[in-house]
Design a binder for this molecule. Structure first.
Ligand SMILES: [Zn+2]
Length: 282
């Protein structure tokens, strides 16, 4: 892989940023962590790291995988619940003079799974992370679903279990998928109702199967890795929900249609590398 292009990546997270320099997961040259404080200090520190790397290495592109929401027209973080960060300008890195790709952290992680992880060789797949929120990266035809903005399928409204009237925990929607299945939602509920969590994920995937039509759905994040039985429960509920409809027949022969991702926490920084590689591909 030594002939692969050298890419710098930034995973911009709510508590820390990871700057990474490399060509692939097996060829990482440098990595630095920077605490996420206020935008000027944090983004300035990141820029200093990148400029230092550029002095010593022929960096060919930059990928930025950031928390959101993101406005792709202005390259800004917009209307975020993180204090001080609404309007943070990620476009500042264009002055580094290399191609830059910006996408959400979840879409970056999805691309990393597609390049190096559990979705290799697939052009159409979905990456779901269930942790502090529910993030969904929908890759269709090799590209992340994008229109007016990035998609946010973690906030889909779904039918509820008939026995369940807990109001949910999303500050915008109450009982959207994130409001029912995220880690904070489970904590706020005060009891571990795994049936309700698996049901929410199954309803989300039902809707994704019929809209973005993935060949595989990867489901990870802290809630799922800590409770791996959720994947099997979700698959059973998905099959029951699809009820033999055409797409259900296509899934029948694939026991791995719902699978765990392969890259774990490395999907974040590797996602930034994957975005940088895509920036070169143009
Ligand atoms: Zn919501």
């Amino acid at each position: 892989m030594s002939d692969a292009p050298l890419i710098a990546g930034i995973e911009l997270g709510g508590t820390k940023c990871i700057c990474i320099l490399g060509r692939s997961p097996d060829s990482i040259i440098a990595e630095e962590r920077i605490a996420t404080t206020d935008p000027e200090a944090t983004l300035g520190s990141v820029e200093a790291v990148l400029r230092g790397w550029q002095k010593d290495h022929p960096v060919e592109a930059l990928g930025i995988a950031s928390f959101g929401p993101l406005d792709f027209n202005t390259s800004q973080i917009v209307r975020t619940t993180k204090p001080g960060w609404s309007g943070a300008d990620l476009g500042r890195y264009s002055k580094l003079g290399v191609p830059v790709a910006l996408d959400t952290d979840v879409n970056g992680a999805a691309f990393a799974e597609g390049r190096w992880g559990a979705a290799q060789g697939l052009a159409d797949f979905t990456y779901i992370t269930v942790g502090t929120g529910v993030g969904v990266g929908s890759i269709v035809g090799g590209k992340a679903v994008r229109g007016l903005a990035h998609s946010e399928a973690g906030h889909l409204r779904i039918p509820r279990l008939s026995s369940d009237d807990w109001p949910g925990h999303c500050i915008f929607h109450g009982d959207c998928v994130e409001g029912l299945a995220s880690g904070p939602a489970i904590a706020a509920r005060g009891e571990e109702n795994w049936k309700a969590v698996a049901h929410a994920l199954a309803m989300l995937i039902h809707n994704l199967v019929l809209t973005t039509v993935p060949q595989r759905v990867l489901v990870g994040g802290g809630v799922v890795t800590g409770n791996p039985h959720l994947l099997g429960m979700t698959r059973v509920m998905l099959d029951r929900s699809l009820a033999g409809f055409a797409h259900a027949v296509l899934l029948d022969g694939d026991p791995d249609f719902i699978s765990p991702p392969a890259l774990g926490v490395r999907a974040g920084p590797l996602g930034a590398l994957a975005l940088g590689l895509d920036a070169l591909a143009g």
